[in-house]
Design a protein around this ligand. Structure first.
Ligand code: NAD
Ligand code: TDX
Length: 371
C-alpha cells in the first residue's frame, strides 16, 4: 500500500490520464493548493468553480499559469455561487467531469457564530444544489464513464464534536457537531451520504483535521498569529489556550485527497489527521519564538500574547485516528510538523503585502464578535 503514495507523487500524469476534474472552492486555501499540485504534477483538465468570497484567492494559480501556456490550456475558472442550481447543472453538463471534488464552503467557525446565514446557504443548500445537479449529470452518463465517476466531498473532523483528554475520532464516530459551522458541514455530509444510498451516486467523504500552510486567509489561528505578531498587535488566545487541535500540513492533506480519488472506494469515509496534537498556546509560543529568532525584535513577540474571552461552544480537543486511510490507501503525513510550520511562517514573512491586500480587499471585520 505504501507504494500508492509514491505513485500519486511521481506518476500523477498516468494516473489521471485524460481525466477532467471539477473542483468547487478552488479559489480557497485547500482547493488552491490542490489545483496547483494538479497543474504541476498531472496533465488532467481542471475546472475551478468558485463564488469568490472574502477569503478567495486566484493569484497563486494565476502566477503558476502565467509562466506556462501548456498549463493554461488545462485550466478553466467559473465564477459561480452554488446557490444557483440551474447554472451549476449547465456548467457540469457542459464540462462532463470524470471526478468532482467538493471543497467550496464557508469555513470559519467564528464567522458562523457571528452569522450562520451564509453557512446554511453555501454549506447545506449549496451542497444540496450540487448533488442534485450531479445526480442529473450522472444519470445521463454512458456505462464506461458512469462506472469510473466519483464525487468526493471534503469535510471536517469538527462534525464529530469534541473530545476529552483521551480518545480519537474515526470513521465510526457518531456525529455531534457543536458550532453552526460544524452543524452545516455535518448536514452536508449527511446529504452526500444519502445521495449514495438513495440514488447510487458514487461518493467518497473525507473528514480532516486543522490544515495549515501558505496562502491561508489570515483569520485562522496560525496565519492570524503570524500576522498580528509581525504587526505588533495583540495576539488573541481564546480562554486558557489549552484547547487542542490535530494539525495537518496542507500538502499532506493534498496527498490524501489524491489517494482517495484514485484508489478510494465509493461509499467510503476516510478520516485524515496530521497526528500532531498541540495546545493553542504551545503553537502560539512556537510561532513567537521562531519569529524572535528570525526578526530579532526589541521585545519578544511572546509579550503580545493576550488571553481573551473564550469562543462560545469552544470544542476542547480534536484528534483523528487515520488508520483506515493509512492501511487501505497507503497515506502517511510525510512532513515534519516544525519544518512545515517554519516554512509557513517564512512564507507569511515574505508575503506580507499579499496578506494586507487580502484583508483590505475582503472588507471583512476580523475581530471575533464578543471580544
Ligand atoms: P476556504 O474558506 O479557504 O475556501 C473556501 C472556498 O469556497 C472559497 O474560495 C469560497 O469562495 C468558496 N465558496 C464558499 N461558498 C461558496 C458558494 N456558495 N459557491 C461557490 N464557492 C463558494 O476553505 P478551506 O480552508 O480551503 O477549506 C476547504 C474545505 O475543506 C471546506 O469545505 C472546509 O470545510 C474543509 N476543511 C477545511 C479545514 C481547514 O483547516 N482549513 C479542515 C477541515 C475541513
Ligand atoms: O484568534 C484566535 N485565537 C484562538 O485562540 C483564533 C482565530 C483561534 N483560536 C483558537 C480556536 C481554536 O481552538 O485556535 C484554534 C484554531 O482555531 P481556527 O483556526 O479558527 O480553527 P478551528 O476552529 O479549529 O477550525 C478549523 O479546523 C477545522 C477550520 O477553520 C475549519 O474550517 C476546519 O473545518
Amino acid at each position: 500500500m505504501k507504494k500508492n503514495l509514491k505513485l500519486i507523487q511521481n506518476n500523477l500524469v498516468e494516473l489521471l490520464e485524460n481525466k477532467k476534474i471539477l473542483i468547487t472552492g478552488g479559489a480557497g486555501f485547500i482547493g488552491g493548493t490542490l489545483i496547483r499540485r494538479l497543474l504541476k504534477k498531472s496533465e488532467a483538465k481542471i475546472y475551478n468553480l468558485d463564488k469568490l468570497t472574502y477569503c478567495s484567492d486566484l493569484q497563486s494559480i494565476n502566477q503558476l499559469l502565467k509562466n506556462s501556456k501548456n498549463k493554461n490550456n488545462r485550466y478553466s475558472f467559473y465564477k459561480i455561487d452554488l446557490f444557483n442550481q440551474k447554472e451549476l447543472l449547465e456548467i457540469i453538463c457542459n464540462i462532463k467531469p470524470d471526478i468532482i471534488m467538493h471543497l467550496a464552503a464557508e469555513s470559519h467557525v467564528d464567522r458562523s457564530i457571528d452569522n450562520a446565514d451564509l453557512f446554511l446557504k453555501s454549506n447545506v443548500i449549496g451542497t444540496y444544489n450540487l448533488l442534485e445537479a450531479v445526480k442529473k449529470y450522472y444519470s445521463s452518463l454512458k456505462n464506461e464513464k458512469k462506472n469510473k465517476f466519483i464525487f468526493h466531498h471534503i469535510s471536517t473532523d469538527e462534525v464529530f464534536g469534541t473530545l476529552g483528554d483521551s480518545g480519537k475520532f474515526n470513521e465510526e464516530t457518531n456525529y455531534n457537531p457543536r458550532s453552526p459551522y460544524s452543524a452545516t458541514k455535518a448536514s452536508s455530509d449527511h446529504l452526500v451520504r444519502s445521495w449514495y444510498h438513495t440514488f447510487n451516486l458514487p461518493i467518497i467523504i473525507t473528514n480532516c483535521s486543522n490544515n495549515f500552510g501558505p496562502w491561508q486567509f489570515p483569520e485562522k489561528l496560525i496565519p492570524l498569529v503570524i500576522r498580528k505578531a509581525i504587526l505588533k498587535e495583540k495576539i488573541p488566545i481564546y480562554g486558557d489556550g489549552l484547547n487542542i487541535r490535530d494539525w495537518l500540513f496542507v500538502e499532506d492533506h493534498i496527498d490524501a485527497l489524491l489517494l482517495v480519488i484514485i484508489f478510494g472506494n465509493a461509499g467510503e469515509t476516510y478520516c485524515v489527521g496530521g497526528g500532531e496534537e498541540k495546545t493553542n498556546i504551545d503553537i502560539v509560543k512556537k510561532i513567537c519564538k521562531y519569529l524572535d529568532l528570525k526578526l530579532n525584535p526589541t521585545n519578544s513577540y511572546l509579550t503580545q500574547i493576550d488571553y481573551v474571552a473564550d469562543r462560545p461552544g469552544h470544542d476542547y480537543r480534536y484528534s483523528i485516528d487515520s488508520s483506515l486511510i493509512k492501511k487501505n490507501l497507503g497515506w502517511i503525513p510525510e512532513h515534519n510538523f516544525d519544518t512545515a510550520l517554519f516554512k509557513t511562517i517564512d512564507w507569511y514573512i515574505n508575503n506580507q503585502n499579499w496578506c494586507e491586500k487580502k484583508i483590505k480587499d475582503s472588507g471583512y471585520q476580523l475581530e471575533r464578535i464578543g471580544n
